[in-house]
Design a protein around this ligand. Structure first.
Ligand code: NAG
Length: 338
């Protein structure tokens, strides 16, 4: 039976690895501005690697906030300084430019501008960059081959915005350099740094009881958290037998880029003996995590014993002392009111 499981696991894990390898990796900077009126703009900036926020912006010091230990990738101090200056200037001029042209472009207050800039690495190694500018949630223009292009659905407004934007030649040169050089270089280096960081993490697992499914039944829950990459194999087992009624939750993201999963088994309360939860993951190097329900229970039992025994002894001692006390005359000074 064990021999049968090993090729199955190998296939499952290999399929998982492939899934991971076929995923594209995206780095993007999101800049969004809410224009309330002619004099009031609120701006937010952040940068993301896939679903994980990697950078923020401190508007007091005009510095990039690096949210992860690996968020700098291989950017040098000088490059970081240059980028900070660039973003700072951009964040001053961009709203001014939009305010100046708002009526010409028929932007009506209040409105929302979103700019998403970044690059994505495709499974074959191809790198694609993007620059999308949206008004009220729909795309107006993008950037390609050194110039701004109107989005088909943007109509005459998109053409107007494009015509004005294309007059800023030095801005276009800077955007082109960021998209075709800085972003791909940064994405590759930050991915390496992230993966190296994740290799150090290993999953943790623990057991608990889920909501009571009915009289004389139990819901067993095996929790696994802190793993990366996403593919994982977690089952409730007895001996070498996988329990077919094992069910699992969606794999949910943790804030640090690792994943979290719950695996359930509903059983008769009398049928729990020998059950254990088994976790296989590429980061464990073949050393599966195995958690026995009984050991879990009995360790809880021992905690109860460890707490109860001293309690009982203390109570007995208190009773004995009280009995002794009542045999003696209480000293008058202790009970002056009596
Ligand atoms: C602009 O909007 C802000 C925020 O809603 C408001 O406090 C301010 O008074 C407005 N200014 C003008 C000139 O309408």
């Amino acid at each position: 039976m064990l021999l049968l499981h090993i090729p199955l696991l190998a296939v499952l894990l290999a399929a998982g690895d492939n899934e991971d390898a076929f995923q594209e990796e995206i780095f993007k900077i999101i800049y969004s501005s809410s224009f309330y009126n002619r004099s009031w703009v609120k701006t937010r900036r952040s940068a993301w690697l896939d679903d994980l926020q990697t950078h923020g912006w401190d508007s007091n010091s005009n510095r990039i906030i690096f949210l992860r230990p690996w968020s700098k990738g291989n950017l040098s101090k000088k490059e970081i300084k240059e980028l900070e200056e660039l973003f700072h200037v951009f964040c001053i001029y961009m709203p001014q430019l939009i305010q100046r042209h708002a009526s010409q472009w028929k932007f009506t207050y209040p409105f929302e501008i979103q700019l998403t800039v970044g690059c994505e690495l495709h499974p074959g190694g191809a790198m694609v960059d993007f620059y999308r500018f949206a008004y009220q949630g729909s795309e107006l223009l993008h950037f390609q081959n050194n110039s701004f292009l109107p989005s088909p659905k943007g109509g005459t407004r998109a053409q107007d915005v494009c015509r004005v934007s294309n007059q800023y030649h030095s801005t276009k040169i800077i955007i082109q350099r960021l998209l075709s050089d800085t972003c791909p270089r940064f994405l590759l280096s930050v991915l390496d740094a992230w993966k190296a960081d994740l290799q150090r993490v290993k999953p943790e697992a623990w057991l608990s009881n889920g909501p009571n499914p009915g009289p004389d039944r139990q819901m067993l829950v095996c929790h696994v958290s802190g793993f990366h990459p996403k593919p994982i194999w977690v089952k409730w087992m007895r001996g070498e037998q996988v329990q077919q009624r094992t069910q699992q939750s969606d794999t949910l993201p943790n804030a640090d880029g690792t994943w979290y999963l719950q695996v359930f088994l509903e059983v008769e309360a009398t049928e729990t003996s020998g059950l254990y939860c088994r976790v296989r993951h590429s980061s464990l190097g073949g050393q599966d995590i195995i958690l026995y329900l009984e050991r879990h229970r009995s360790s809880r039992g021992w905690i109860i014993v460890a707490v109860m025994v001293p309690l009982v002894l203390l109570t007995a001692l208190a009773f004995w002392l009280r009995k002794r006390w009542s045999h003696c005359e209480p000293p008058a000074s202790l009970f002056p009111l009596e």
